[in-house]
Ligand binder design. Structure first.
Ligand SMILES: [Zn+2]
Length: 391
C-alpha cells in the first residue's frame, strides 16, 4: 500500500489543539498524508509533501472517523412489534431483551456473523471506523462465548456482557446467575474479550451484583464499563467511578453527586451518552450540558441494539445531541470521535495527527457543523480506515 495525499480539504477537524484553535484543532485549506495505515503528515495543503496517489477533496470538510464505543450487534431477529407498541403508548422495560435472547440462541453462527457484518458495514458507510461490540443476547456459557468469538472477527473492541439481564432460566434465582456470570461463563468468555460490562438497573442487576461481576472480570484482566443510570437514578455511575471503569454509559438520571464523581479530577471514567435509546423509547434525554459544564469527559455513541436503539448512525446521534441535549456542534463531534476514543482508552484513533491510525471521513459539506445542521442527510462522501478507502 503506497502513500495517499488527500488535499483540498476546505475544513479539517484534527482534535489536536496544537494544530488549530480549541479542542477540535481545525485546519483550513488542509491536507493529510496517509501511509502504511497511519497518518504521516497533517497541515496546510500549500506545504504538503508528495505522495504516490493524490485525492482532491474539492473544498469539502473532513473529520476523524467516528468512534462508536457502545453497541450490541451480535443478535438475531428484530423487535419491530415492541417498538410499534411502545410508540403507541406503552413504556419500555428491560425484559424485552429476553425476546432477542431466544432468537439469538436459535440462530446459526453464520447467521449471527452475517448480521454483525451487515451492521458494521452500515456503520462504516456512515463514517464509523472503530466500533465496540458487546455480547449479552446468549446468557449461557456457550452462547456468550460464541457471541464474543463472532464479535472479535469484526472488531478489536469486544465486551463481555453476560450480565445484560438475568437469563430466563434463572429468573427465580438471580444470585445463582451472578455466580454463573462470575464463574464458568467468565472462564469461557475472558479469553475473547477486553472489557466487562453490566446492566446496573432496576430489573437487571443491583449495585452489589454489579460490583461482584465487574470485580470478577477485572481479576481476569477485563476492564470495566457499566450501563449506568439509564432508566432511574442508582448506584451505577458511582460504582463505575469507584472501580475505575473506562466508561459509565447512558447517564440519563444523575444526582449532583453522580455528576461530581464523573467530573472529579481523579475520575478516569468517561460519561458516554446514547441518545438513540431515549429517542427510540421516547424517554427524557441525558443532560450533556450539565456534565460538560461540570468538567466531565463526554462520549456519544449509538447503543445500536434491536430493542431500544436500532441505529448505527453516529451522525444521527450528533444531530440529536445538539438539538436535545445542550451540546454545541463542536462538542458533539468531539464526543463522537475523541470522546469515544477516551471511552475505549485509545489514543491512536479519534484524531487526525501524525502517527494516529489513518481513519478519515470526508463529508459532502463545507463544515462539520452540517452533521447537526442537516439531520438525516447522507453526508459521508468517503471513508478511509487504517489508510484503506472503504467507502
Ligand atoms: Zn447498551
Amino acid at each position: 500500500m503506497g502513500s495517499t495525499l488527500i488535499t483540498g480539504i476546505g475544513s479539517l477537524v484534527t482534535n489536536d489543539p496544537a494544530l488549530g484553535a480549541g479542542p477540535l484543532g481545525p485546519v483550513t485549506d488542509a491536507a493529510v498524508v496517509l501511509d502504511g495505515g497511519r497518518i504521516a503528515w497533517v497541515g496546510p495543503a500549500a506545504g504538503a509533501p508528495a505522495a504516490d496517489e493524490v485525492f482532491d477533496a474539492a473544498g469539502r470538510a473532513a473529520v476523524p472517523g467516528f468512534v462508536d464505543s457502545h453497541s450490541h450487534l451480535v443478535f438475531a431477529g428484530d423487535r419491530t412489534a415492541e417498538f410499534n407498541a411502545r410508540m403507541s403508548g406503552q413504556s419500555y422495560t428491560a425484559g424485552g431483551i429476553r425476546t432477542t435472547v431466544a432468537a439469538t440462541r436459535a440462530a446459526t453462527d453464520e447467521a449471527l456473523d452475517a448480521n454483525v457484518a451487515r451492521y458494521v458495514g452500515e456503520a462504516l458507510r456512515q463514517g464509523t471506523t472503530v466500533l465496540e461490540c458487546k455480547s449479552g443476547y446468549g446468557l449461557t456459557v456457550e452462547d456468550e462465548a460464541r457471541a464474543l468469538r463472532i464479535a472479535a472477527r469484526h472488531t478489536d473492541e469486544v465486551t463481555y456482557l453476560g450480565a445484560h439481564v438475568v437469563a430466563p432460566e434463572y429468573a427465580d434465582d438471580p444470585a445463582a446467575y451472578v455466580d454463573l456470570v462470575t464463574g464458568p461463563m467468565l472462564d469461557a468468555c475472558a479469553p475473547h474479550a477486553g472489557w466487562v460490562d453490566v446492566f446496573c438497573e432496576r430489573g437487571a442487576f443491583d449495585g452489589d451484583q454489579a460490583r461482584a461481576i465487574l470485580t470478577a472480570g477485572a481479576k481476569r484482566g477485563l476492564t470495566p464499563r457499566v450501563h449506568a443510570n439509564q432508566l432511574t437514578e442508582g448506584p451505577g455511575v458511582q460504582l463505575a467511578v469507584e472501580l475505575g471503569a473506562a466508561s459509565a454509559d447512558h447517564c440519563t438520571h444523575l444526582t449532583d453527586a453522580d455528576v461530581a464523581a464523573l467530573a472529579s479530577a481523579s475520575a478516569s471514567t468517561v460519561a458516554t451518552l446514547l441518545p438513540g435509546a431515549e429517542f427510540s423509547t421516547r424517554a427524557r434525554y441525558p443532560d450533556a450540558r450539565r456534565l460538560l459544564d461540570a468538567g466531565a469527559t463526554v462520549a456519544l455513541s449509538t447503543d445500536c441494539n434491536p430493542g431500544s436503539s436500532f441505529t448505527t448512525s453516529v451522525p444521527f446521534c450528533i444531530a440529536v445531541a445538539v438539538r436535545e441535549m445542550g451540546m454545541t456542534p463542536d462538542e458533539a463531534l468531539w464526543s463522537a470521535t475523541a470522546g469515544g476514543a477516551a471511552a475505549l482508552r485509545r489514543t491512536d484513533v479519534g484524531r487526525v495527527t501524525v502517527g494516529a491510525r489513518a481513519d478519515l471521513v470526508l463529508l459532502d459539506a463545507p463544515s462539520h457543523v452540517h452533521l447537526a445542521y442537516r439531520p438525516g442527510v447522507p453526508l459521508v462522501a468517503a471513508v478511509w480506515r487504517a489508510g484503506v478507502r472503504e467507502v
